[in-house]
Design a protein around this ligand. Structure first.
Ligand SMILES: Nc1ncnc2c1ncn2[C@@H]1O[C@H](COP(=O)(O)OP(=O)(O)OP(=O)(O)O)[C@@H](O)[C@H]1O
Length: 278
């Protein structure tokens, strides 16, 4: 092996090692996560740590375990025993998704789990109302407390719709809207939870060039203006390399590379996964 090859191998190996920050100290992190479904190992011993304000993309071929990992991070799936998941430094392994949502984590869905026959306003308002229910006791003690909360929710939802340029669509039935707008409604629903960490599962899948551009513009604003931590599963490597601070590459359930996009895309193992060429 030449000195050049040895250096490339060493760099590739260092990219595969460890998390960026220890998971226990990360905004969102996990240690030793494995998830099996019967004989299928969907996620295989994954440890990651994502720092506050980072924009991290998780990439990899179909079936690599990306969505399963996201489902474990947000509490939809429990990992196999021996794993731990951390949110803002707290061990949330046994905590359900709604607890993690209240602690600042939201997500969008690859398959858009919207109420298709309801309008945009209703879709976002429903999430908001669940997030901030009027406290029952204060509602009983203070006349109008429930109404105040409702008015506050409505104001916040209006701000979100305005921000995502959805205001003109607020009375439209979701199923009648183009996919690009539906994906923005999904994003609006997650923002209604006022998250610090946003997990995005292929938020740009199926979008036209212009729709993707809009989505990137909104996410960039959230990242830069609000300092939101973004963790994004995305197949479009051009988008990933343009926007991400770091990439995590998964294959067959495991992490095969991680680091800044310019370094990861040069990793020989990543090239092999994407091109099938040695
Ligand atoms: N609920 C489940 N029950 C059984 N097997 C599952 C389940 N969820 C995922 N799998 C399997 O786990 C593996 C990883 O799937 P996952 O959806 O996490 O991959 P992915 O990287 O997100 O793929 P894609 O890019 O196609 O969405 C696949 O073999 C899949 O069939």
């Amino acid at each position: 092996m030449s000195a050049e090859d040895a250096a490339a191998d060493q760099r590739a190996a260092s990219l595969r090692e460890g998390a960026n920050v220890p998971p226990e100290e990360a905004v969102i992190g996990c240690r030793d996560v494995t998830k099996t479904f019967g004989s299928i190992t969907a996620v295989d011993d994954v440890t990651i740590g994502i720092d506050s304000g980072e924009w991290v993309s998780i990439v990899g071929p179909n079936g690599a375990g990306k969505t399963t990992l996201l489902n474990i991070l947000n509490g939809f799936y429990s990992p196999d025993p021996g794993a731990a998941v951390y949110l803002n430094g707290e061990d949330v392994t046994g905590r359900p998704a709604h607890y993690r949502a209240r602690q600042g984590m939201a997500r969008t869905f690859q398959g858009l789990e919207l109420f298709e026959e309801e309008n945009v306003l209703e879709n976002v308002m429903t999430v908001r109302a669940v997030h901030e229910r009027p406290n029952l006791l204060s509602s009983l003690l203070f006349y109008g407390a429930g109404r105040q909360v409702e008015a506050r929710n409505m104001r916040r939802v209006e701000e979100i719709l305005d921000y995502l340029e959805l205001w003109e669509h607020r009375h439209a039935t979701v199923s009648a809207l183009p996919l690009g707008v539906q994906r923005r409604v999904d994003l609006a629903r997650s923002l209604a939870l006022e998250p610090d960490v946003l997990l995005l599962d292929e938020a740009m899948s199926g979008l036209t060039f212009d729709e993707k551009y809009d989505m990137i513009r909104f996410l960039t604003d959230l990242h830069e203006e609000e300092g939101m931590t973004l963790v994004m599963i995305e197949h479009d490597l051009e988008v990933v390399t343009a926007v991400s601070d770091r990439m995590i590459v998964m294959q067959k359930g495991g992490v095969i590379a991680r680091g800044p996009p310019e370094a990861v895309t040069e990793d020989p193992e990543v090239a092999r996964v994407y091109t099938g060429v040695d």
